[in-house]
Every structure is written in structure tokens, then in C-alpha cells.
Design a protein around this ligand. Structure first.
Ligand SMILES: C[S@@+](CC[C@H](N)C(=O)[O-])C[C@H]1O[C@@H](n2cnc3c(N)ncnc32)[C@H](O)[C@@H]1O
Length: 371
């Protein structure tokens, strides 16, 4: 990166972040697979236990049944990491509905060899049921009904860092200091049409030096997925907000965070390759991108209320015969003070034969005027 900066000038933060996280030999996610969980750098809903996968599996099975129980269907999991969630989902589907399991193919777009190796190991009991794809476009010749999803995938997508100065947005880029450290260089004029388009809906009048993040890559993420499904559902659990909350004038330093050994910090330029870099998700921007691709937002709620909705029959089955460990997982996943409040779930329907009924409050929660 230093050589690139010397040759081409300051690096945009998306390029810096993509290199720091995903460079095939030195990137944070390329080097090892122990980032998630107690011995790693951060927890996700997957680290809580297999219940999260089971509740997702219940939602996916409902989708399969509502689309007429097709003889072939597909789940595409993005950001499958070491394969734990895939194993939880495949295990639950095989137990809950053997017919749906027989009809299912599970595809994991995964370019990083270390993660592929970990997935192969975790999923060895599901031989023939799942496969890697280098990218979703490999499925475009054979679209099937089904589901595409990623848990904490969108927050890991690279983003631009921008600052409001003198009545307008400027981009913050990465420069190499004489001592070799990476440092921020603010005040770059913004000329990229994609970034200008992404900034336009944020409005004006932010406090001086208000710093935040903006992604321009949601379309690149979603489009190959919808083209891999003839119809179905896209589902995104992640931490984030609708646009009015995200770009609230009081949120003056944005949501950019780094994680290392369960400690959050805010300097993403130190020790690239050794720390996670993330920012919250603007769910309004995701929904707007999906609408432009022809999808419909059908649910947007806190993870707590979304999972509670999926868990109805599971909770009923607990009566009289409670599974204490699983109930503890349910509480951690849904309690507003744990993962239930800070995480949200966005569901998007794609090409459904019967137009989905969209509750009016979805538009309100997403900050989009109802079309
Ligand atoms: C925060 S981790 C979440 C891991 C896992 N889904 C979980 O919930 O425990 C983000 C994961 O997304 C993966 N990732 C990021 N961008 C990706 C992309 N464009 N395609 C596939 N995986 C991606 C990373 O390699 C990493 O494994």
C-alpha cells in the first residue's frame, strides 16, 4: 500500500480497507479463521450457539413451502466464514424437513483459500449438499428459487470516509507519513459519480467536521445474488440503522470501529491486516438499491423482534420440556441489551409470483416514502 501511495497518491479508504481485510495472503480475513468467538476478536450471533441457525432455517423453510415446495431450491450464504452457521442451518433443515433438505443446494461464494479450507472441515458431514463458488455469477446460468443472505456481511463491505467542511462533503483518504505510518488526509474533492450519488440523499447542514461513512458497493453485492435466484428472499441481519438515525447530526464521528481481542477502537490505519475494520449498515441505502433491482422490502425490525417472530413454534415446543441452554441462547440473541437491540434484520422479496403484502410501517422505519 505504501508503494501504491508513493506511485499514485493517497488511497481511498475502500481500497485501504479491502487490502487490509481481504488481500489474499496478508489480509485480516485471509490469514486465519479465528476472528469470531471467545478466543478471537469479536462475537457474532453465530458464536452464541446453534439456535440462531435453527431460527434462520425455520424462516428459509417457510419460504420454500410458500413458493410451492419446489423440487430444487438454493440457499446462498455470503460471508460464511468458518462454515459454522452453514452447518447449523443444514443440520436444522435436515432435522425439521427431510424433503426440503433433499431438494436443497447450499452455495457459498468464498474467494479466500483459508476460509474455504475451514468451511470444508466444518461441513464435512454435509458432503454433496453444499459447494463453493468463486462468485455468485457462476449460478446465473441456472437460477433457482431460494434465499440469499449473510450474517454481518454488509458491515464488512468497504466504505468511503467523508467529512462535512465549509458547507460540503470532502473525502478522507489514506496517506503514508515519512515515518512509514498510515495517516488520514482529509479534504479531497469528491468527483466519483457513485459517491456523489450516495451522498445526495444525506441532505445538508451537518456540523463542521462531521465525519461519517458511505458505501457505494451495495449494488455490486446484491445484483449477482438476485440473478442467481429465480424468485425468493434476501435477508441481512447486521448492526446498523435507517438513514435518519445513521446520519443524525449528533453522530459526529460516525460508526467506524476496529476490533481486536474483543476491544473496540477507532484507528483503522494502525496495524492493517491484524484488526477487523467495520462500520454500521445504512439499511435505507440497502433497501433503495434493492428496490432499484426490482426487490421489495418486506420486513425491517430489530433482531429481537424478528427472531421472536420466527421462534413462535420453537417457543411453544419449549413448554413442558424446556431446553435451558437453548433458551439462554434465545435470550442473548433477542434481549434489547444484548444482540436483540443493536442488530436489525432486513428482508427483501425477489420476483415472488404473488405480490408480497408490505406493512406500511416498513417504509416509515426505513425512512423511505411509500411509493
Ligand atoms: C464479520 S464476519 C461474519 C462472519 C459470519 N457470517 C458470522 O456471522 O459469524 C464477515 C465475513 O464476511 C466475509 N466477506 C466480506 N466480504 C465478502 C464478500 N464480498 N464475499 C464473501 N465474503 C465476504 C469475510 O471474509 C468474513 O468472513
Amino acid at each position: 500500500m505504501r508503494e501504491r501511495i508513493e506511485r499514485d497518491g493517497p488511497l481511498g479508504f475502500p481500497e485501504f480497507m479491502a487490502t487490509a481485510l481481504y488481500q489474499p495472503s496478508l489480509g485480516y480475513y485471509a490469514r486465519e479463521t479465528r476472528q469470531v468467538g471467545r478466543g478471537g476478536d469479536f462475537f457474532t450471533s453465530v458464536s452464541v450457539g446453534p439456535l440462531f441457525g435453527e431460527l434462520l432455517a425455520r424462516r428459509f423453510l417457510r419460504e420454500w413451502r410458500e413458493s410451492g415446495s419446489p423440487a430444487r431450491w438454493r440457499i446462498i450464504e455470503c460471508g460464511a466464514h468458518d462454515g459454522t452457521l452453514a452447518a447449523d442451518i443444514l443440520g436444522a433443515i435436515s432435522r425439521l424437513d427431510p424433503q426440503a433438505f433433499a431438494a436443497l443446494e447450499y452455495a457459498i461464494p468464498e474467494p479466500l483459500p483459508r476460509l474455504q479450507a475451514a468451511q470444508r472441515e466444518t461441513l464435512r458431514g454435509f458432503h454433496g449438499k453444499w459447494r463453493f463458488i468463486a462468485e455468485a455469477s457462476e449460478l446465473h446460468a441456472d437460477p433457482l428459487p431460494g434465499v440469499a443472505f449473510g450474517n454481518e456481511l454488509l458491515d464488512a463491505l468497504p466504505f468511503h470516509v467523508v467529512e462535512w467542511t465549509n458547507g460540503g462533503w470532502r473525502e478522507c483518504k489514506v496517506e503514508a507519513a515519512p515515518d512509514g505510518d498510515f495517516v488520514w488526509q482529509a479534504h479531497h474533492e469528491i468527483t466519483s459519480p457513485a459517491l456523489l450519488d450516495a451522498l445526495a440523499p444525506l441532505g445538508n447542514g451537518f456540523p463542521e467536521n462531521y465525519r461519517t461513512e458511505v458505501r457505494t458497493n451495495f449494488r455490486d453485492c446484491l445484483e449477482p445474488l438476485v440473478r442467481s435466484l429465480s424468485s425468493g428472499l434476501l435477508l441481512w441481519p447486521d448492526y446498523g440503522f435507517a438513514r435518519p438515525d445513521y446520519y443524525h447530526p449528533d453522530r459526529k464521528t460516525g460508526t467506524l470501529r476496529t476490533f481486536s481481542k474483543h476491544r473496540a477502537a477507532e484507528n483503522p490505519l494502525a496495524t492493517p491486516g491484524e484488526i477487523d475494520i467495520t462500520a454500521h449498515v445504512d439499511f435505507t441505502a440497502v433497501a433503495e438499491t434493492a428496490i432499484r433491482l426490482g426487490c421489495q422490502p418486506v420486513a425491517f425490525s430489530s433482531q429481537g423482534s424478528w427472531l421472536t417472530g420466527q421462534a413462535r413454534s420453537w417457543l411453544l415446543a419449549q413448554e413442558g420440556n424446556p431446553d435451558a441452554a437453548a433458551l439462554r441462547q434465545f435470550q442473548t440473541l433477542t434481549h434489547p441489551a444484548h444482540l436483540g437491540g443493536s442488530f436489525h434484520v432486513l428482508e427483501l422479496s425477489w420476483n415472488q409470483p404473488a405480490a408480497p403484502i408490505i406493512p406500511p410501517e416498513i417504509w416509515h422505519r426505513l425512512g423511505i416514502s411509500q411509493p
